[in-house]
Design a protein around this ligand. Structure first.
Ligand code: AOF
Ligand code: ZN
Length: 355
C-alpha cells in the first residue's frame, strides 16, 4: 500500500479534478503490476496495474489507495475489471467519497466473492486527496491561502518595498504549489502594482488558471496576465462593469464574469469556479482579498512562508487586513498545524475551523 500511495502522490497536480490513485498487484509474494491514475479522462490506476500484470493478476491481491469505481464514466468500472481479471483479494485504503461510487465498488467485489479489506493506510490516502474529497461532495473548490510574510505578519514595508521577503528556497516551493493548483487568485491591486505573470516557473510546471478580482474593471490592458497567453485569465467584476472594457478584454482572449453585486462577491466567484470544475485554487492576494475570503469562511487551508525578519511600522501592510475579529474569542483557530524549515524560513500549514 505504501508503494501504491507513493505512485499516486507522484501524479500530484496532473489528475484534477480527479483523485490521486495508485494500485499494486501482488501474486505469490511478487509484485506483478503497478499503476497510477495519471490524468482525468485517462485510465484508472487499477487498469494500468491489471494490464501490466496480464495473466499474473489471476489469484493475486490488489492494493489500491481508493475504492475501485463502480460507474461507467470516462473509463469502465474498475471493480468489474478486477473481478474479470480473477483477482482474489482487494485491499483498499479509503472508500471513494464520490456519491456515485461510495460503497458500490466494494459491493460489486464482495458480490463476486472477492475478499475485501478496507482502511489500510486510510489517513494517508484521505490526506493526499483532501482536494478531491471536498470537491466531489460539495462542488466547491478547495481553497488555500498562501502568503510570504515577515515574523510580524507584514507583506511589505511602509514604503511598499516587498522584494524579497522570503528566501529563494521558499519562493521555489511556491512555484511548485502553483503548479499543483488548478487556479490562482489575486486582486486587481496586485496586477496594477506588481504586474505579475502568476505562472509556475519550475521544470514541467503547470500554469494554473489566473483569476483576477476586479470590481470596477481597472485591469490594465497591457498587463502581462492579459497579454502573455501563458495561461488562461478570468476576470471577475461587479454588476456595474464597463461594457466597452469587457469587450476589449474579450478581444484579447480574457473571459470576464460578473457577480450580482457591486463589489465582486467572493462566494459567487467560488460557485462559478466550482461549476467550471476548478477543484483547487490558491489565493495569493493582498491583505484585503485574503481577509474577504476568510471572512466568508471560504479558506480551507493556510500556507504561510514565514521569514525570520521584523519590519514593523503601523502602515506596513499585513497579509490579513479587513476589519478583523472583534474579540479574541472570535479569532479563527487553525487545526492540524505543522511547521517545517525551508531555506532560512519556515513553512506553516494549518486548516481554519469555522464556528
Ligand atoms: C478508481 N481508480 O484511478 C480513479 C478513480 O471520469 P472518470 O470515469 O475517470 O471517473 C472519475 C471518478 O472515478 C472520480 O470522481 C472518482 O470517483 C473515481 N476515480 N477511481 O477506481 C482511479 N481515478
Ligand atoms: Zn476506476
Amino acid at each position: 500500500m505504501n508503494l501504491a500511495i507513493e505512485n499516486a502522490k507522484a501524479m500530484k497536480g496532473q489528475t484534477d479534478p480527479n483523485p490521486l490513485v495508485g494500485a499494486v498487484i501482488v501474486n505469490d509474494n511478487r509484485i506483478v503490476g503497478v499503476g497510477a491514475h495519471m490524468k482525468a479522462g485517462e485510465l484508472h490506476a487499477e487498469i494500468h496495474a491489471i494490464r501490466m500484470a496480464g495473466d499474473h493478476a489471476a489469484g493475486g491481491t490488489i492494493y489500491v489507495t481508493l475504492e475501485p469505481c463502480s460507474h461507467h464514466g470516462r473509463t469502465g468500472p474498475c471493480a468489474e475489471a478486477i473481478v474479470k481479471a480473477g483477482i482474489k483479494r482487494v485491499v483498499i485504503a479509503a472508500l471513494d467519497p464520490n456519491p456515485i461510487v461510495c460503497g458500490n465498488g466494494v459491493a460489486i467485489l464482495e458480490n463476486a466473492g472477492i475478499e475485501v479489506l478496507t482502511g489500510v493506510c486510510e489517513e494517508e490516502s484521505r490526506k493526499m486527496n483532501e482536494v478531491f474529497n471536498q470537491f466531489i461532495v460539495e462542488k466547491k473548490p478547495f481553497i488555500t491561502l498562501k502568503s510570504g510574510i515577515t515574523l510580524d505578519g507584514k507583506i511589505a514595508t511602509h514604503t511598499a518595498s516587498s522584494k524579497w521577503i522570503t528566501s529563494s528556497e521558499a519562493r521555489e516551493d511556491v512555484h511548485k504549489l502553483r503548479s499543483e493548483h488548478m487556479a490562482i487568485l489575486v486582486g486587481v491591486g496586485t496586477v496594477i502594482h506588481d504586474d505579475p505573470e502568476l505562472t509556475s516557473r519550475i521544470p514541467n510546471g503547470r500554469n494554473p488558471l489566473r483569476v483576477i478580482l476586479d470590481s470596477s474593471l481597472r485591469i490594465p490592458l497591457d498587463a502581462k496576465v492579459v497579454n502573455d497567453q501563458k495561461a488562461e485569465t478570468w476576470v471577475f467584476t461587479g454588476k456595474a462593469y464597463d461594457q466597452e472594457k469587457k469587450r476589449m478584454l474579450n478581444e484579447k482572449g480574457i473571459t470576464v464574469f460578473h457577480t450580482s453585486t457591486l463589489q465582486t462577491d467572493p462566494r459567487e466567484v467560488v460557485n462559478i469556479l466550482g461549476e467550471n470544475l476548478i477543484s483547487s485554487m490558491m489565493i495569493e492576494g493582498g491583505g484585503n482579498v485574503n481577509a474577504s475570503f476568510l471572512e466568508h469562511q471560504l479558506i480551507d487551508k493556510v500556507e504561510l512562508y514565514i521569514a525570520p525578519k521584523l519590519v514593523g511600522g503601523k502602515n506596513a501592510p499585513t497579509f490579513l487586513e479587513g476589519v478583523g475579529a472583534e474579540q479574541m474569542s472570535d479569532a479563527v483557530e487553525l487545526t492540524d498545524v505543522s511547521v517545517a524549515p525551508i531555506g532560512k524560513d519556515f513553512k506553516f500549514t494549518g486548516y481554519p475551523v469555522y464556528v
